[in-house]
Design a protein around this ligand. Structure first.
Ligand code: ADP
Ligand code: MG
Length: 355
């Protein structure tokens, strides 16, 4: 019990079970970091960003896939490296891991060339280095291998020419795969779900990142925190968002990703929501996040016209939308309209608008 109501009068209510979220510990863990250091990407060099949080289900994959798609649709060349044996980023981008000859596993364990494994996706400018379930064995198989924490960094070094941004989608643990991703990255972005226990465990994540920075990758920086699954109908979401901002200030991205049915449906179509339903709230939030990402990283912007909306003009919300097929032939079907009360799920007062 590190924090108390007296120290943090505005903190989110105690989670059920009487445990207190140790915000003070998190704040101490992050105080050593120079948060939000602006390091523009030099032309011709890719920026490698890890999306990590050892908690599962906080939006790492959803954020890496949809932010990547949004950046690609804005004209950037983007690669998503799936570092999770669950392969959710791979399937979410329309690649069936069952038919793969090689995957992240071969790159990390067998020394395969990343170039040979990278696959295009259905979105121009967006490629994927797909993962497969055998990646789960990598942690054990690499036990005896020298420099096992830098396998991914070494594999990616020199094979990424042509990309502006490379996203590494981490598994929900702080094991060897996440350490490999942090050792290979310039920046760490932490998706934080607007839920109970939102900050729990962040101290450990910061500690791991700090050890990686000290021992393996002096370039690693924390580039920010992204609030996900914000539900404006609950006071809890806004309390958690306030609490995260109070502790991490400007390092929290101004864009808040709302809880959205479309975002959770998109993976089953093998397509990011950006192309599946460009006018949905989820797609809008990731486009906003992409423009914020561009300005934070000073990515040169060359913004093409928005993709034609399969769902009609943005201001119209047709009652029923028919999805087009995903890249692997999936995606036939009808998407039910969101329940009416989800109208209120988008935060009306976006924090950045107050600045
Ligand atoms: N903003 C959101 N609104 C609704 N569902 C979401 C949202 N973000 C993620 N999800 C869903 O929550 C689940 C966990 O998200 P995911 O991105 O896979 O988390 P992680 O990669 O951190 O484990 C998935 O089923 C995903 O579709
Ligand atoms: Mg994931």
């Amino acid at each position: 019990m590190l924090s108390s109501a007296a120290e943090a009068p505005n903190r989110a209510p105690d989670p059920p079970g009487g445990e207190t979220i140790s915000y003070a510990q998190v704040a101490t863990a992050t105080s050593n970091w120079e948060l939000l250091e602006v390091r523009p990407i030099s032309p011709g060099t890719e920026r490698i960003v890890s999306f990590a949080n050892q908690k599962g289900g906080v939006g790492k994959t959803t954020t890496s896939v949809n932010l990547a798609a949004a950046l690609a649709l804005r004209g950037h060349r983007v690669l998503v490296v799936d570092v999770d044996p669950q392969s959710n980023a791979t399937t979410g981008l329309g690649i069936d891991h069952r038919g793969l000859e090689a995957s992240t596993y071969d790159v990390i364990v067998n020394g395969a060339s990343a170039d040979d494994v990278i696959r295009p996706t259905g979105i121009k400018g967006l490629d994927c280095l797909p993962s497969s379930p055998d990646l789960a064995g990598a942690e054990i198989e690499l036990v005896e291998v020298a420099a096992r924490e830098r396998r991914l960094a070494e594999a990616l070094d020199g094979s990424l020419s042509g990309y502006d941004v490379v996203f590494l989608d981490c598994p929900p643990s702080l094991g060897l795969l996440t350490v490999n991703a942090l050792a290979a990255a310039h920046d760490l972005i932490v998706p934080v779900q607007c839920e109970y226990y939102a900050l729990e465990g962040l101290g450990q994540l910061m500690g791991t990142a700090e050890r990686v920075q000290a021992g393996l990758n002096g370039e690693l920086r924390i580039a920010g925190f992204v609030l996900t699954m914000y539900d404006a109908r609950t006071r809890l979401s806004s309390q958690v968002a306030d609490e995260v901002r109070r502790h991490f200030g400007d390092s929290v991205f101004g864009t808040v990703v709302p809880r959205s049915v479309r975002l959770s449906e998109a993976p089953s179509f093998g397509e990011p929501v950006l192309t599946l339903d460009p006018s949905s709230r989820g797609a809008l939030s990731y486009r906003l996040l992409a423009s914020e990402f561009e300005s934070r990283f000073e990515l040169a912007t060359h913004v093409p016209a928005p993709p034609p909306s399969k769902a009609g003009p943005a201001h119209e919300e047709p009652a029923v939308k028919t999805a087009t097929p995903g890249p692997e032939g999936r995606g036939y079907g009808v998407i039910a309209p969101p329940p009416g009360d989800l109208e209120s799920a988008w935060p009306r007062e976006q924090p950045w608008s107050k600045r």
